[in-house]
Design a binder for this molecule. Structure first.
Ligand code: ATP
Length: 360
């Protein structure tokens, strides 16, 4: 087990800068998730830590060792990819043992480790099968087993669940979390799935266009997103963004006025007439008989425990996501009034995306 420290890491491919200004320290034993949209640089960071890419500049430490020039095989990290690439001609047991055999570990130790790893991943009864005789989830567990058996200092997981169907994905996600709690090995996990990021991480690193947007624990990232990109990326359905103008003690949302209470007014340091983006999560709106934003219901999605409603402001093209408790009887075309919980309101600068409110 080891800490992992990245200091100002940059990676350029010819004239394309894939990542830059990447600085963070993962304490020994923690589970960190790198998350962001396609092309944001997640895999490049992971591959750089693995030694499969070389940083153009910056320093990378595993434990106390500077590893920039240390080859991948000498880094004592184990990587699991989305495409788990098991050896088809080897059995499950031989696949799990493979890395240890290559390192010429004592056969008795290999045997013990394979049995222990297979037990922790519920693979004991499959040790003699070949990969093609396994389900996708079982194959993925074998790939994890092969990484675990090596007892590396760091696990690097690149979208390891994305080939699994929804149910298996949920189950394997929970197993992974449990496994990390048991083994306590420093883990870096790449995903574009915000549910995986929120559920697995001690700390989340949100990336966009090769740069870190925010580092924080899941609750902080959700409750205090640094900017509009983070706010709209984490959360499902995503946060609603309402373009508005700040004037005369109100937010003007396409001609409809939201009166601003003193606790917002006192903290909003912007001039009258300025355009802003309001952010409100789907769970922070309620239906009112007579007051609030007037919207028209477009789509209703009953989910049993809750109902998702998509509704449009008059004249606006984007729909608002509204999450209502229980089973709500609504029809497309119904007109509603929406009350926003102003204690949960975010205000962003539309030019920079920075969060103006709530302040830290
Ligand atoms: P995805 O979720 O789609 O896998 P990602 O966040 O993992 O994306 P990276 O694969 O790290 O993104 O890529 C970051 C950027 O670097 C992208 O713009 C990509 O096109 C570019 N890039 C990555 N590898 C190379 C390469 N070998 N040559 C040129 N550009 C590259």
């Amino acid at each position: 087990m080891a800490r992992v420290l990245l200091e100002d890491i940059k990676r350029k491919f010819n004239n394309v800068t894939a990542i830059e200004d990447i600085t963070f320290e993962i304490p020994d034993g923690e589970f960190w998730v790198l998350v962001g949209p396609s092309g944001c640089g997640k895999s490049t960071i992971l591959r750089t830590i693995a030694g499969l890419e070389t940083a153009t500049s910056g320093k990378l430490f595993i434990g106390d060792q500077l590893v920039n020039t240390v080859p991948a095989r000498a880094r004592d990290v184990a990587m699991v990819f989305q495409n788990y690439a098991l050896y088809p001609h080897l059995t499950v047991g031989e696949n799990i043992a493979f890395g240890l055999k290559m390192r010429k570990v004592d056969p008795k130790i290999i045997q013990d480790r394979v049995v222990n790893v297979a037990r922790s991943l519920s693979l004991e009864h499959l040790l003699d099968r070949k990969p093609k005789q396994l389900s996708g989830g079982q194959q993925q567990r074998v790939a994890l087993g092969r990484a675990i058996a090596r007892e590396p200092q760091v696990f690097l997981l690149d979208e390891p669940l994305s080939n699994l169907d929804a149910q298996l994905r949920d189950d394997t996600r929970a197993e992974l979390k449990q496994l990390h709690q048991q083994l306590g090995v420093t883990t870096i996990y790449v995903t574009h799935d915000q549910v995986e990021a929120m559920t697995l991480a001690d700390q989340i690193v949100v990336l966009n266009r090769g740069r870190i947007q925010q580092i924080g624990d899941p609750q902080t990232i959700y409750a205090r997103p640094a900017n509009q990109m983070v706010a709209t990326f984490l959360g499902s359905p995503p946060m609603n963004i309402l373009p508005a103008i700040y004037k005369n003690g109100c937010f003007d949302v396409s001609g409809q006025l939201i009166e601003i209470p003193p606790f917002i007014q006192d903290n909003l340091q912007i001039p009258q007439g300025q355009s802003i983006d309001l952010g409100i999560r789907p769970e922070h709106m309620t239906i009112s008989e007579d007051s609030g934003l007037s919207v028209e219901v477009k789509v209703i999605e009953p989910l049993g425990r809750e109902t998702l409603v998509r509704a449009g402001l008059p004249g606006a093209t984007t729909l608002l996501n509204i999450q209502l408790n229980g089973n709500v009887r609504l029809h497309p075309g119904d007109r509603l009034h929406l009350q926003l919980d102003l204690h949960q309101l975010f205000v962003f600068d539309p030019k920079t995306g920075d969060r103006l409110l709530p302040q830290d």
